[in-house]
Write a protein that binds this ligand. Structure first.
Ligand code: 4AD
Ligand code: MG
Length: 480
């Protein structure tokens, strides 16, 4: 007897052999054809039962959602929908699913909106769409590790609980073990964090970069891949309060090489999923096409999913300075006709996602790397350019997504870093260890952060970031 996953069974040539398969019933037609799925592939296995050989009591329990075990012979299929099928000799119900109750859930066999599926995030993984998205997500994770391991990067786990706000945006979740109803107070009435668990104020990390930099100063090239947390109250299709970020950091590396690495890395992982997730991507392409058909013509994307992925592989990302981008935006139609929510008037303006998307989707029609941003709209650790007003920052912008990567060359000069911190009121005492890295063998170094869910969104064509992570954390929502 061969115990196999459905993915293996569907490709097997071991005809007339006995197979044992366990999975969940997707459909049971004509009291004869069970469509079985076990999560190993988007495709179902057709299991054919001769109802005369089975007790009616058992057959009645073969209902949508039920977990079953089948034993049977692998045969060439008579039908045109599949190459092989299982002729069932033994059938066992492992876990019933009451049809009356199933009817009230998203497991019921009809079209449910993505919003509805989100309300039952514990069940949605059993749908074709979420099965496909989550398998692609898993493969992408693996490709991330493969890429860096093959290129001599070391995987570093940076702390989840920290005392610093690396991005300085103040969008942090506090961590405390104090009794919030009755916290210890100092004489001036403020909460006394010295009495808290860590003896200081702490929060969930917004980025592993600062600790990553310290490790790059010893291991040379590192990457992190872990959860990060941001309490930004943005209810958009691209923001999560808990998301996964990949952050490589390289000693002896400037911004140009940093951009090269980011582009090469993205191309590698896209190539990898194209190669290994063909069935899932073809399904997702079809799903997207159906969704696009419901939109007015002007809003539809021009490229199919696979075309878009291949386009990224085959074309160089356009590298454009912030200054050039501002010129383009100042003079573009939607800006002049005041179609943007935020009108670009002068150099120094922060770019909103409407501007980023215009550059990528309308102007360049290609992924874009913007670099050399004004210092005062970027974080404290970025390297100041000779002009004294721009920093060696880069953002990679993708069609349909906007910013997918944010990175920079780091300020390696101690005094420049110190004066920048003073300017922004960042306490040196909090980051004494970070400053140490500039005292002991400082060097040119760079890195970036890629938002993993935005990458999964791009690759799967899912419009909402809540649909590419199993249990999304967003404002007013921490169910499951
Ligand atoms: O641009 P960000 O804030 O950069 C950093 O955190 C740097 N410390 C990275 C580095 O240089 N090591 O975030 C990096 C990326 C963004 O480009 C975006 O893809 C993603 O993280 N991101 C989010 N993804 C989902 N939800 C959110 N709320 C996100 N905020 C940022
Ligand atoms: Mg950013």
């Amino acid at each position: 007897m061969i115990q196999a996953k459905i993915a293996e069974t569907l490709n097997s040539n071991q005809f007339l052999q006995e197979f044992e398969i366990k999975g969940w019933v997707r459909a049971f037609r004509s009291n004869r054809f069970i469509a079985l799925n076990d999560g190993s592939t988007i495709n179902n296995l057709q299991c054919v039962v001769d109802f005369e050989n089975f007790e009616e009591e058992i057959l009645k329990r073969v209902t949508v959602g039920a977990a079953i075990r089948v034993l049977g012979t692998l045969k060439e299929s008579q039908g045109s929908q599949q190459r092989v099928e299982i002729e069932v000799t033994e059938l066992e119900i492992l876990g019933d699913a009451n049809p009356e109750e199933v009817k009230l859930t998203i497991l019921s066999p009809k079209r449910h909106s993505l919003e509805k599926l989100r309300e039952q995030a514990h069940l949605r993984v059993r749908t074709n769409t979420f099965g496909a998205v989550m398998r692609v997500r898993s493969r992408l994770s693996f490709a991330v590790h493969s890429y860096f391991q093959q290129n001599n990067f070391h995987y570093v786990n940076t702390p989840i609980i920290t005392g610093s706000d690396a991005e300085g945006a103040g969008e942090i979740f506090k961590v405390t073990a104090l009794d919030l109803k009755n916290p210890p107070k100092k004489e001036n009435g403020e909460i006394d964090y010295k009495k808290d668990f860590f003896g200081k104020e702490t929060n969930l990390t917004v980025s592993g970069q600062l600790e990553g930099e310290a490790y790059a100063m010893g291991l040379g090239q590192i990457y992190t891949f872990g959860p990060t947390f941001r309490a930004e109250n943005s209810n958009t299709s691209r923001h999560l309060a808990e998301f996964w970020m990949i952050e490589p950091e390289m000693a002896f590396c400037d911004l140009d090489r940093n951009m090269d690495l980011a582009e090469d890395f993205i191309k590698y992982v896209v190539y990898d999923v194209l190669k290994h997730c063909k069935d899932d991507l073809e399904f997702l392409e079809q799903r997207l096409e159906n969704e696009e058909k419901l939109k007015p013509k002007a809003e539809r994307t021009e490229m199919s999913l696979l075309k878009k992925l291949n386009f990224v592989l085959e074309n160089n990302f356009k590298r454009v300075s912030y200054t050039e981008a501002i010129e383009i935006l100042k003079n573009c139609k939607p800006n002049k006709k005041k179609k943007f929510d935020y009108i670009i008037e002068e150099w120094g303006a922060d770019l909103q996602s409407e501007h980023e998307r215009y550059l990528v989707e309308k102007h360049f029609k290609s992924p874009v790397i913007l670099f050399d941003y004004p210092a005062n709209i970027k974080a404290f650790y970025m390297r100041l350019n000779e002009d004294g007003k721009t920093v060696r920052a880069m953002d990679i912008l993708f069609p349909g997504i906007g910013e997918i990567v944010g990175g920079s060359q780091r300020e390696e000069r101690l005094e420049v870093l110190q004066s920048k911190m003073a300017e922004l009121n960042i306490d040196e005492k909090e980051l004494w260890w970070y400053l140490d890295t500039r005292k002991f063998g400082t060097c040119v170094h760079s890195g970036f952060g890629l938002g993993f869910e935005r990458l999964v969104q791009f690759v799967t064509g899912m419009g909402n970031i809540r649909d590419v992570i199993p249990f999304p954390r967003t404002p007013q929502n921490a169910e499951f």
